[in-house]
Ligand binder design. Structure first.
Ligand code: FAD
Length: 140
């Protein structure tokens, strides 16, 4: 079991509908492939954590890297994990707009993420990293 984390920048032409479409396809595929994780979309940046078998995650990441709906894709972590962090989520998703109306969504994200981390007996380096990067983005 591995965990892979990357971040990227949304293509300038990306619309809300495109994000919904990515999410819909991802959830369907991920259930089929026993992939779990979380996708955060904030201020034109994506950050995603993917969990699953090495072979399947590597194959998916190769596709994601070729996807023209985003660019500047940077892998920040790719390593073994003892257990899944997002075990009940084919792809948890948070769209955190940079306006006051989204403040509640941000709080929600933080609350949910903390709850997930607390339930995870062993907080992995990857989850810590994901958390740090997410917080950096949210505080920008
Ligand atoms: P196809 O639909 O045949 O894709 C063929 C090619 O077209 C691929 O290069 C694909 O990237 C691209 N493509 C597909 N639809 C569009 C479109 N509407 N506009 C532009 N290009 C398009 N997929 C998952 O299965 N799981 C994930 O967790 C996941 N996360 C993603 C996160 C981000 C930020 C992005 C941008 C994409 C993500 N994807 C995810 C989508 C992934 O890149 C593939 O599009 C998807 O897996 C389907 O690939 P395919 O080759 O089976 O399908």
């Amino acid at each position: 079991m591995i965990e892979l984390i990357y971040y990227s920048i949304a293509s300038p032409s990306l619309k809300k509908d495109d994000v919904s479409n990515i999410l819909e396809v991802s959830r369907k595929n991920n259930i089929k492939n026993d992939i779990t994780g979380c996708l955060l979309f904030y201020n034109d940046a994506f950050i995603q954590i993917l969990e699953g078998s090495r072979e399947i995650i590597d194959r998916l990441y190769a596709k994601i890297e070729q996807d023209e709906r985003h660019y500047n894709i940077r892998e920040v972590y790719n390593g073994d994990i003892p257990q899944r962090l997002f075990k009940d989520w084919s792809m948890a998703f948070y769209d955190l707009e940079k306006d006051a109306a989204a403040r509640e969504d941000k709080l929600n994200f933080r609350k949910k993420f903390l709850a997930i981390s607390e339930h995870n007996e062993q907080s992995t380096m990857a989850s810590q990293l994901f958390w740090d990067i997410s917080n950096q983005l949210l505080n920008e």
